[in-house]
Write a protein of this length. Structure first.
Length: 388
């Protein structure tokens, strides 16, 4: 079987969750003897860091997708293209396939949403000229309406030309179908996997430290790290043996560290983006305060290592990932004031009761066993080989 992954970036785990999962799947496909190629659109800091599982891996010109991919299909006799969430490219990939016998599977790796760019993302800053700022703000409602229409059409077209569209959670099937105005006949659910090597011994479970862990990109717009810092500042004096550890890097790193310093928030340790396995092993609680997510692997990776997850319910797939009060806590999302209060309560409850915390941690480990890479790769093999 010859597989072509089509992506925004090279599949290095440091580029993000989509890239991390693609790398894991590539390893499994390579292991069973399949030939895996990768086409990507944009350069990154981690291009070609490990090509050992790929028969071919190279950048494609974004202005020449159809022709380059068509040549690739013919030259390498591609059986299946897996489009990793590059929704706009689905029609171009279908055109590249033409009458060749080749499947197109498109994945959507977020919760179903038609969210336009915010004013901040439209480069509206204090330095924006007054007239331009006025026009952007005045026309923003029309921009939003037009953006939503265009985004929906893009998804509809992608769904139409793809043999299957893969979502991350059963919860997303009715949401996607309703939001994108499509039927659900070609929707398939496959969860994200966890690396088989992630796990923890009983002995290490007894050595857990009083650490609340976040593993996140330092991107305030999506990840809401300042909210987590406010939560931590709200409770740290009540349980002074604990500390907050944040592993990650990102565009708002300086701002977040400055906020921590200027507000004198103590017992916070920032770690540059790196393999978080050792921190999962040491930490007792995993905290997530993101504004939106699709299927964040960090939750399940932390659970596999016996970290109790406490997560804001900003995406419905969280109910697939965590069973509230059985292997973690899901906190209803309201407004910032209530979020801080409710998450603080759950954190303190978990921090104070070591017996309950250990029970939740053991249940979390059991919960994640269904997500081993060999099982999830098996789901992909079934889809690729058996989908009409």
């Amino acid at each position: 079987m010859n597989i072509l992954f089509f992506m925004n970036h090279y599949p290095d785990s440091r580029n993000g969750g989509i890239e991390n999962v693609t790398k894991m799947l590539s390893q499994e496909f390579h292991r069973i003897g399949w030939c895996v190629d990768v086409a990507f659109l944009y350069e990154s800091h981690f291009d070609h860091s490990d090509d050992s599982n790929f028969c071919d891996c190279r950048k494609v010109d974004i202005d020449n997708i159809k022709d380059e991919v068509r040549n690739w299909i013919i030259e390498k006799k591609i059986d299946v293209i897996i489009n990793r969430c590059v929704i706009f490219a689905s029609p171009l990939l279908k055109a590249a396939i033409g009458k060749v016998e080749c499947k197109l599977i498109t994945t959507y790796n977020n919760k179903p949403t038609l969210t336009p760019h915010t004013l901040k993302e439209l480069s509206l800053t204090q330095n924006t000229p007054i007239l331009k700022s006025f026009l952007i703000k005045a026309l923003y409602p029309l921009f939003c309406k037009r953006s939503i229409f265009q985004l929906r059409k893009r998804h509809q077209r992608s769904y139409e030309v793809s043999d299957a569209t893969v979502l991350l959670s059963d919860y997303y099937v009715p949401e996607y179908s309703e939001l994108m105005c499509v039927d659900s006949q070609k929707l398939v659910v496959i969860n994200n996997p966890i690396k088989n090597e992630i796990g923890i011994s009983n002995n290490d479970m007894t050595k857990k430290e009083k650490i609340i862990l976040m593993v996140t990109r330092l991107d305030e717009t999506q990840k809401c790290i300042l909210k987590a810092l406010k939560i931590w500042n709200n409770i740290r004096l009540l349980e002074d043996e604990w500390k907050l550890v944040i592993v990650g890097s990102g565009p708002d790193e300086d701002m977040i560290k400055s906020f921590t310093k200027s507000n004198r928030i103590r017992d916070v340790e920032f770690i540059q983006a790196s393999d978080p396995t050792e921190y999962y092993k040491r930490a007792s609680i995993f905290l997530m305060t993101s504004r939106n997510e699709g299927w964040p692997n960090t939750i399940n990776e932390a659970m596999r290592m016996g970290c109790v997850p406490i997560v804001l319910a900003t995406f419905s797939a969280v109910y697939d990932m965590v069973d509230d009060s059985d292997n973690g806590y899901i906190v209803p999302c309201k407004d910032e004031k209530n979020d801080i209060r409710l998450v603080s309560e759950k954190l303190l409850m978990c921090m104070k009761n070591s017996t309950k915390r250990m029970e939740l941690a053991n249940n979390a480990i059991i919960k994640t066993q269904r997500l081993s890479i060999d099982k999830i790769a098996g789901n992909w093999v079934d889809l690729i080989c058996n989908r009409d």
